[in-house]
Design a protein around this ligand. Structure first.
Ligand code: ATP
Length: 247
């Protein structure tokens, strides 16, 4: 068996304590093979964001392990966790999170600079070309459309060649045509570069671009669907929403 790009074992996250404690994740076990595109879906409050922030070393789990490409990062101190975030994980957020005063090229190069690595201009420009922005390298984010900004963010997420890219509703702020082209780009990134993408989404259309969907309900894994179609995912989500409403 090859080492998963990302694995969580017994992942538990409780917020607060005493009577007001909320357990967002209850011993979640999930593995994501390298070179795959997986969507994570579930009803509101099912723990998707909490999963992503724990897997992305943005917060520590209460119990359980987070393993990135075979390295257990759970007990690292804050300095090392920051390094893991910068060098082993790529992030793509709904609201792009680009630096407004840096050009597209400088934004893509930023993770390399923060990691103390030489910002290889050829690699940065190659990635900008790959995401279709060769002619926008010197533009500021404010001079780019939403879809173009998300393409810059995807190039930035790829620049360190991370073990895994974590995407949180990457098309949530885009119109459906632009969303489709950004999802197609994520798909080709996985196919052609062997990247590993884990994407939280509410959108069955977005999920249909993935190889598989993992469903969460109430902080627990609630099934997996291979080769998802929009209709099958929408049907499963409606079923899960009914289960939650009935509980
Ligand atoms: N910082 C926090 N403090 C207290 N409770 C929290 C915190 N973050 C999340 N929760 C609770 O944990 C549970 C899971 O939240 P989470 O945001 O992970 O769900 P989600 O599936 O991403 O939801 P949505 O689809 O609505 O974004 C919810 O009950 C939420 O209220």
């Amino acid at each position: 068996m090859t080492t998963p790009a990302l694995e969580v074992r017994g992942l538990t996250r409780t917020y607060g304590d005493g009577a007001t404690a909320v357990t967002a994740l209850h011993g979640l076990d999930l593995g994501f093979a390298a070179g795959t595109f997986t969507a994570v879906m579930g009803p509101s409050g099912s723990g998707k964001t909490t999963f992503l922030t724990c897997a992305g070393a943005l917060e520590a789990p209460t119990h359980g392990r987070v393993v990135i490409d075979g390295d257990d990062i759970t007990d690292l101190d804050e300095t090392r966790r920051t390094r893991v975030r910068r060098e082993r994980i790529g992030f793509v957020f709904q609201s792009f999170h680009l630096m407004p005063y840096l050009t597209a090229r400088q934004n893509v190069a930023l993770p390399l600079r923060l990691a103390g690595r030489r910002a290889d201009r050829r690699r940065v420009d190659e990635l900008l070309a790959r995401v279709g922005l060769a002619d926008r390298a010197d533009h500021l984010p404010g001079e780019l459309s939403g879809g173009q900004q998300q393409r810059v963010a995807i190039a930035r997420a790829l620049v360190t060649d991370p073990a895994v890219i974590l995407a949180d509703e990457p098309t949530g702020a885009l119109d459906s045509r632009t969303a489709t082209s950004v999802l197609a780009l994520l798909r080709t990134t996985v196919q052609e570069l062997g990247a590993t993408v884990v994407m939280v989404t509410h959108d069955p259309v977005a999920a249909s671009f993935a190889d598989a969907v993992v469903f969460l309900v109430d902080g627990r894994a609630a099934g997996r669907m291979e080769h998802p179609s929009t209709e099958a995912v929408a049907g499963q989500m409606a079923h899960l929403d009914d289960l939650v409403a009935a509980s």
